[in-house]
Write a protein that binds this ligand. Structure first.
Ligand SMILES: [Zn+2]
Ligand SMILES: [Zn+2]
Length: 396
């Protein structure tokens, strides 16, 4: 090792680097990871779908959108969980006595998380929790330094997610204090290109950050024509489920849902009926998958077999295109078809240093009859996976 190091130093001297830097050793340079967390079961759990960004009547700019309407719609399309995330600034931070105390905030089949859109001068985020928490505290520190905000976030024990991170109301805080990022906001897929770029930058820099979706819907279908507003047209083009965020949850409880979101066992689909993207890896090439998206393993320096699988509504003879992204760069393009479209590839993550792989799937859109206008807005975007990670430091 010493000889190798000396050789490298010599080479850099010959390359003409500044004098006096020859003994510099970067203490942050990648080394062999001591250990990573064990990988959870790939089979013990349940796939649940939901929408993590919805505005009810407690957000002032919404229309015809009481909580009961959002929740019954979510139930009707088979959602397993839901986040009603009203703007906290519209109620001076008191979401507990507005969104969460609304008598309509209840469901027999959909897990309702405790959420709010943290709406600040420096941008928007979503606070997500399985249990009620003191959101007022997060609202109160919104203009403080990140170190203060981060401490409050930690104290509250919530999941914090960066919303629509590019453009107006971009997330202007440190990504070190968030657990996920909204990489697919609303049915309008093409406007998310910069969000995806930011996500890849954060991932490439070692931040293990879950990518998630959120419709950001504000407007319901009016009960009677005279209640229509200038925004009512949105109800049929962007509503609950455009897009839909799938997660593999240990069980059907609110806490397990939040944990799955934090851990990144998550993919995003254009709508609740579009195929779900699943992404697995076989570490020892024994034909059995050992990890899935969101999981992090230590690289052995040996080849790994990856599998992308689409599950759900698959039209006969439909061909899907799978774009594999490795460390933020296009890596390869695959095609999948058949009843359960599947594609595989093999690659060797480097032994020392980080690598991640994620996939994006395009193909013919899936009908969403309840929100028919959304299909045109999402185009041929079917879904995206979270990354499979190698050598990401759990103590980062
Ligand atoms: Zn927002
Ligand atoms: Zn919003």
């Amino acid at each position: 090792m010493r000889a190798l190091l000396a050789g490298l130093i010599m080479a850099s001297c010959i390359g003409g680097s500044a004098q006096g830097q020859t003994d510099h050793v970067n203490p942050w340079a990648p080394t062999e990871l001591r250990k990573v967390l064990p990988i959870a079961s790939l089979t013990e759990g349940v796939w649940l779908k939901g929408d993590l960004h919805n505005h009810s009547r407690h957000s002032k700019e919404s229309s015809n959108n009481p909580e009961a309407k959002i929740i019954s719609f979510a139930e009707s399309v088979g959602m397993g969980y839901l986040c009603i995330s009203d703007h906290d600034n519209h109620v001076n931070g008191d979401v507990a006595h507005n969104t969460w105390s609304d008598p309509e905030f209840k469901s027999n089949s959909v897990l309702l998380l405790y959420c709010a859109e943290w709406t600040t001068t420096r941008g928007h985020g979503t606070a997500i929790s399985a249990v009620p928490y003191d959101h007022q505290k997060l609202y109160d520190v919104r203009d403080q330094r990140d170190i203060v905000v981060g401490a409050v976030k930690k104290e509250l024990g919530i999941h914090l997610s960066a919303n629509h991170p590019s453009g107006k109301d971009h997330f202007g805080y440190s990504y070190d204090m968030v657990d996920s990022i909204e990489v697919w906001n609303s049915a309008v897929w093409p406007k998310n290109a910069n969000a995806i770029m930011i996500w890849d930058d954060m991932l490439s820099s070692g931040r293990k950050l879950t990518g998630r979706g959120g419709s950001d819907e504000h407007h319901g279908i009016p009960d009677t024509p005279d209640k229509a507003t200038k925004n009512s047209y949105q109800a049929t083009s962007n509503y609950v489920g455009t897009p839909t965020t799938w997660l593999f949850s240990k069980e059907k409880t609110s806490q397990a849902v939040v944990d799955a979101l934090t851990n990144g066992r998550v993919s995003v689909s254009a709508n609740p009926y579009a195929p779900r993207v699943e992404f697995y890896a076989d570490l020892d090439q024994d034909g059995r998958m050992d990890m899935m998206m969101g999981d992090n393993a230590k690289s052995t320096g040996r080849p790994v077999k990856f599998r992308v699988q689409l599950t759900g509504n698959i039209a006969a003879d439909t061909a899907y295109t799978i774009k594999v992204v490795k460390d933020g760069n296009p890596f390869m393009t695959l095609e999948a078809k058949g009843k359960t479209p599947t594609a595989e590839f093999t690659d060797t993550p480097i032994a020392i240093g980080r690598t991640y792989y994620r996939v994006e799937v395009t193909g013919p859109p899936t009908d969403y009859p309840q929100v028919p206008g959304s299909m045109k807005l999402s185009g041929n975007m079917i879904g995206l996976s979270n990354p499979i990670y190698f050598n990401f430091d759990p103590n980062f």
